[in-house]
Design a protein around this ligand. Structure first.
Ligand SMILES: *Cc1c(COP(=O)(O)O)cnc(C)c1O
Length: 391
């Protein structure tokens, strides 16, 4: 049983002092739902994480938010990048990243995309299957690879288990197979699951990967690279450890279990950019379905298909700010604007919102810099995708 360090809880953000981001979102004019990104806020988070990560290299998981302003700043800061597709690699190159700073971390790649990346100088690839190694050997001969290991027990709010990684026996086989194919197997990777709120929750995964690491070394593989993936949390209302403490906690656990590893990669996505973003939306309608209805319905101009995909299963619970905060509140079912009944954000656990809230009111959605703009559909129901503005 993992014991959580209850003392290491991030201080509740100071709501009394609005951030630059919040002030901008409250006062600027917007004609459609917009994600506003504060690039300086992202930079502060980068330094906080990097301080805790120490020797480990940050490879920003581009899929969390590929906005050019973020990528350009990260290039200036000396960050590296974890790209999932040729599109993301192109975005990193365009932002000024050199190919040696970009890893192709998706374990599911088309052969011609591997060839495309290889031609542009990408040398580090992820794999979790023999067929993937064969594609890499054919289209990026001699490339460096790391093998992604499956995470059996995730305590994350948004787990990434099952679809990615292979078990220990398969991983050992793939290290051998990579060698046989003329590739350079450098090490192992894993992902504890996104939004893993406390560093102590990493323990079971690190135990399992460390056991495999030892077995691989005993089998003659001189492993030099450990990729610890993402999972670094953002604040959505439930306590999380502060970023530096969290990253330092993870690294202490890594050092305890793995000893000296020449090269460690960390791939924060959410933990780096979520708190640097705020969505500006508005109330489209408030209603009750019957006179006896205990809940109000609040329909927003943004929903499941226009950026808030991670409300699926009510997994990620965003915090809402309005100009009426301070007025009496009641439980509300919050939904998006589209004509799709799946476009309900929070119903099982209704949200307390001001009873005075009505159509036209501005609603700010806190800490939405990750996994929002990229999940937004292009024109489902004729609603435009989430607009993005960097300040
Ligand atoms: C999505 C992803 C990440 C980022 O995960 P977060 O939980 O957002 O930090 C890192 N590595 C890989 C391989 C990913 O697919």
């Amino acid at each position: 049983m993992t014991v959580l360090n209850a003392g290491a809880v991030a201080p509740t953000p100071d709501f009394a002092v609005p951030s630059r981001l919040e002030t901008f979102c409250r006062t600027a004019a917007f004609d459609r739902p917009t994600l506003v990104l504060d690039v300086d806020r992202m930079e502060a988070q980068y330094h906080a994480l990097k301080t805790g990560l120490g020797r480990a290299d940050i490879h920003y998981a581009v899929k969390a938010n590929p906005h050019p302003a973020l990528l350009r700043r990260l290039v200036q800061l000396g960050a590296n990048f974890d790209a999932a597709s040729t599109g993301e690699i192109a975005q990193c190159l365009e932002a000024g990243a050199t190919p040696d700073r970009i890893s192709f971390g998706n374990t599911i790649k088309r052969a011609r995309d591997i060839a495309w990346a290889h031609e542009r100088g990408i040398t580090l690839f992820a794999a979790d299957a023999e067929e993937e190694l064969e594609k890499i050997a054919a289209h990026a001969p001699g490339a460096q690879v790391y093998v992604r290991v499956i995470v059996e027990q995730s305590m994350a709010d948004w787990p990434l288990t099952r679809k990615f990684g292979c078990d220990a026996g398969t991983a050992l086989h793939l290290l051998d197979a990579a060698k046989g194919l003329g590739l350079e197997p450098l090490g192992l990777s894993f992902h504890v699951g996104s939004q893993t709120r406390q560093s102590a929750m990493w323990a079971p995964t690190l135990d399992a990967v460390a056991a495999l690491w030892t077995r691989a070394r005993e089998a003659g593989h001189a492993l030099t690279l450990l990729n610890i993936g993402g999972g670094f949390p953002a604040f959505y209302g439930e306590p999380i450890e502060a970023p530096t403490d969290y990253a330092a906690g993870v690294m202490a656990m890594v050092h305890e279990r793995f000893g000296h590893v020449p090269r460690i990669m960390a791939e924060p996505g959410r933990g780096l950019v979520a708190e640097a973003g705020m969505i500006v939306a508005e109330v489209v309608l408030t209603s009750r379905k019957s006179e006896r209805d205990l809940h109000r319905w609040v329909y927003l101009s943004v929903g499941r298909f226009s950026g808030l995909a991670e409300t699926e299963g009510e997994a990620i619970r965003y915090q809402f700010l309005t100009d009426r905060d301070g007025d009496p509140t009641g439980p509300c079912i919050v939904a998006g604007p589209s004509c799709d009944s799946a476009d309900v954000l929070y119903e099982k656990r209704p949200v307390q919102l001001p009873l005075t809230l009505r159509a036209g009111d501005r609603v700010l959605i806190r800490n939405t810099g990750a996994y929002t703009s990229t999940y937004s559909s292009v024109c489902f129901n004729g609603f435009p995708p989430l607009d993005v503005v960097a300040i």
